[in-house]
Ligand binder design. Sequence first.
Ligand code: AMP
Ligand code: MN
Ligand code: MN
Ligand code: MN
Length: 307
Amino acid sequence: MSSERFTLPTRLDAASGIDLHMHSTASDGAFSPTDLVHLAAARGVKFMALTDHDTLAGVDEACAAGRAAGVAVLPGVEVSSQWQGVGIHIVALLPQAPGDILLEGLARQAEARLARNEEVARRLEKAGFSDAWRKAQQQAGERTALGRPDFARAMVEEGLVPDMKTAFRKYLGAGKVGDVKQPWPGLSAAIDWIVAGGGIALVAHPLRYRLTRKKLTALLDDAGAAGAAGAELVSGFQNEDQGRDLAQILTRRSMMGSLGSDFHFQGGPVAPGRFGAIPRTALPPVWTHPRLSEWCRQNGLSDADPL
Ligand code: AMP
Ligand code: MN
Ligand code: MN
Ligand code: MN
């Protein structure tokens, strides 16, 4: 642990050195949990969460690396769910040991992902990409929980599309043939798994689902009713006007806000601790959540001195 205590900002819009959404090789990120923590530390991140897709496999390694590097690493996971025909991600921050219900849920997620990937491969083959599963598995190396990025990378390699972006735009993104979300649990079930064990559930990147404003508010209402504490106010780089509007939508619902880069690999605009501008807002930061602020104190992050 570093000798100097990191003081948590009381306002979201004063935050720096905090990144509560990142991926490692335990899911579709490029860096091992240890290397990710080292990269974050080198970039001045003092408080981070590892939030791999549907798995906690990288968490122990990341926490150990964090203890050695002076970064407070909060266990987390990004749970795939579905709501009204849209694939919705829920970020779980886990200041307590994950409960059995979440662990059982994640075991089922592994099966759901397997079934989902069989269907993705079947559909891509129908669309002209032969041997899709084997080629995606080649991209994933030893990792067996394939993600859509593995299919996308394989399609680029095969010369079917010029880049990953096009693979998602034409084949794998929301509403395209390879977007299979039926095996995922419903939104409220995913939130239940998280909250049952004392975890904090947040709607991940609310602006990335391209919902109408009406649908977005319905999503946040449903998530809140199911027990979500809030949502990610800023995820990576997002439209600033929409970010300001999101701050208002969340404020009106008395929800909390979180921040994260959703970092996967280098070369893009995001990096650990680097994401778009935070709108001016008095929305309470998720680290002021009673269950999380206790964890923060125990992990060398202190509350701001009262004024
Ligand atoms: P999966 O977990 O298999 O459903 O894959 C979802 C992942 O695909 C996301 O977490 C991103 O890492 C990636 N992804 C989603 N949309 C895009 C996109 N338009 N371009 C590149 N990667 C994307
Ligand atoms: Mn991903
Ligand atoms: Mn996501
Ligand atoms: Mn993510």
